[in-house]
Design a protein around this ligand. Structure first.
Ligand code: NAD
Length: 470
């Protein structure tokens, strides 16, 4: 927890002070064209360094090249393109309709840069989760200090180098380091903190922000459930579940954490699931197509979850083996509430399968837990789909798909309560990094007629106003 005893490295303090000193200058000179230029530079540096980004992620946790391009590079370039295309409209002050009481005035909501922002990123998508928020931060006209994750050191070092080559440090600066560095940064009075990581650290970040009353966006995690209903397209559902669960070796905040499978289609669905796993990762294919677990600690944590579950009666019905940090896609059946895996965010390629008969009971189980980041529903029956959407809460919902809600520029991306606070992406990301400032101008307001002294004439006018305004 951040407290007054945190010592701040003079380099960190200097980096922060330099950005604060530039606030007035940026308000004056960091307008539409400068922001679009900054975003274009960012896109260029990403395009020109694609091979280096791919290599860094391969070094950090064996992420396959195609997955890096698909999940770290294309979506961030798309985010930049979308922001550049829409920035003029986002920045334009929005006129607010006339209200009778404000007759003779005009009013607008003017998005304004918050100032100096801190972006703290996790290791699991170490490039896009540091650079994606930077897109919104720059689009909104702010300076940023980025603290990438110490657990993906090759990507962190690359981000630091690329940002130093691309931007002046009073606009974008990368501070590398672990928890102590993060604590030191959190002790500084940033105007906004954009944190992506676990709910546990999210609480620490929010407590630190309370000390300076910095606004926060918290992009957190949790256990996202998926439901396979009786009328689901079973082959299609298996394709999406395998993609969502085993991309990045399951180390994805919106991966389906566990599956509820309707009893009537259990055997047929599991057979599709096994086929799809074999097609993607069977034999030698795992080496080329499956990322590693980020480090030995997490590989052991996953092995521990499996051991605890099997000791308490669960059955591994597919996979389960590991070689160091290479972990097989694993299916687990007969999970019960006493098992650690039933409580902890799995964050790895282990997929518990829970068989159900009654949808209401599944909904009750989901609602008995903290609100997840995502919830997935596979079915063709509209009333069942609507029931799940209506009666549960989560950051986002995917119907007959997984994961790709993340890349839709028009959708807010974020959690609710335990899975997060506020939203990222597109206009929502721009708004997260902007203060929506109310600006009201007087042209010919008649209100001075009712200022004190409250004469009989004033009282009469107020009586008339009361009748009109209701
Ligand atoms: P984490 O919370 O351990 O770390 C995230 C960042 O916080 C890192 O930069 C780390 O250095 C810093 N940090 C760690 N401990 C800290 C402390 N005590 N004080 C201050 N800073 C601290 O998360 P992680 O392990 O890197 O990532 C996995 C978690 O992130 C999962 O829970 C996952 O669901 C979540 N996640 C969420 C999203 C999203 O968009 N909602 C995306 C990716 C990951």
């Amino acid at each position: 927890m951040t407290d007054t005893k945190v010592t701040i490295n003079p380099d960190i303090q200097a980096a922060f002070d330099r950005q604060v000193a530039g606030v007035t200058e940026r308000r004056r000179n960091f307008g539409l064209s400068e922001r679009k230029d900054a975003l274009a530079k960012l896109a260029d540096v990403i395009r020109n360094n694609e091979a280096a980004i791919v290599a860094a992620l391969a070094q950090d946790f064996g992420k396959p090249e195609t997955e890096t391009i698909l999940t770290e590079i294309i979506p961030v370039l798309q985010e930049i393109k979308h922001a550049r295309r829409h920035l003029r409209g986002w920045m334009r002050p929005a006129r607010v309709g006339l209200s009778l009481a404000a007759f003779g005035t005009s009013a607008r909501v003017r998005p304004q840069a918050r100032g100096v922002c801190l972006i703290i990123a996790p290791w699991n998508y170490p490039f896009i989760l540091a650079i994606g928020p930077l897109v919104s931060c720059l689009a909104a006209g702010n300076a940023a200090i980025i603290k990438p994750s110490e657990m993906s050191p090759a990507t962190s070092a690359l981000i630091a180098r690329l940002m130093a080559e691309t931007f002046p440090p009073d606009l974008v600066c990368v501070v590398e380091g672990a928890v102590k560095t993060s604590e030191a940064l959190l002790a500084l009075p940033f105007d906004h903190i954009f944190f992506t990581g676990s709910p546990a650290v999210g609480k620490i970040v929010m407590a630190a922000a309370a000390k300076t009353l910095a606004s926060v966006t918290l992009e957190l995690g949790g256990k996202s459930p998926a439901i396979i209903g009786p009328d689901a397209d079973l082959k299609g559902a298996a394709d999406w579940i395998v993609f969502g669960k085993f991309s990045n070796a399951g180390q994805t905040c919106i991966a389906p954490d566990h599956l509820f499978v309707h009893a009537s289609i259990k055997d047929a669905f599991l057979s599709h699931l096994r086929d799809r796993i074999a097609r993607a990762y069977g034999g030698d294919r795992a080496k080329a197509n499956l990322a590693r677990i980020v480090n030995a600690h997490h590989a052991e944590r996953l092995a521990g979850l499996l051991e605890d579950a099997t000791n308490k009666g669960a059955r591994v019905t597919q996979g389960g083996a590991r070689d160091g940090t290479a972990f097989e896609p694993t299916l687990l059946e007969a999970m019960t509430p006493e098992m650690d895996i039933d409580r902890e965010e799995i964050f790895g390629p282990i997929l518990p399968i829970i068989i159900y008969d009654v949808l209401d009971e599944v909904i009750a189980q989901i609602n008995a837990r903290p609100k997840p980041l995502s919830l997935y529903m596979f079915d063709k029956d509209r009333s069942r789909i609507d029931q799940v959407i209506q009666e549960t809460s989560s950051g986002s919902v995917g119907v007959n798909l997984t994961m790709i809600q993340f890349v839709h520029n028009g959708l807010p991306f974020g959690g609710v309560n335990n899975s997060g606070l506020g939203s990222a992406h597109g206009h929502y990301g721009f708004r997260a990094f902007s203060h929506e400032r109310a600006v009201m101008r007087n042209h010919f307001s008649a209100l001075p007629l009712i200022f004190a002294p409250y004469t009989t004439g004033v009282k009469r006018l107020i009586g008339i106003a009361k009748r009109i305004l209701g």
